[in-house]
Design a protein around this ligand. Structure first.
Ligand SMILES: [Zn+2]
Length: 66
């Protein structure tokens, strides 16, 4: 799976969220990266190094926007 990421990308994290989903959307990219759980809407922030460590891959195929 691709590991190049940019704002608004859907990403899959290694560890799943408490709600059961492991799919997130990047909502902010700066020194820290903010991701939002696509299932429950919870947002978390982490630094880039931590993000890359926890990132499983970027989902470029399943883009749903309506
Ligand atoms: Zn969640």
């Amino acid at each position: 799976m691709d590991k190049e990421f940019k704002l608004n990308d859907r990403v899959i994290m290694k560890k799943q969220h408490a709600c059961g989903s492991n799919e997130w959307m990047i909502t902010r990219m700066g020194v820290d990266i903010k991701i939002k759980c696509v299932n429950c809407g919870r947002e978390i922030m982490m630094d880039r190094l931590e993000f890359k460590k926890k990132l499983k891959g970027v989902n470029h195929e399943k883009v749903q926007e309506d």
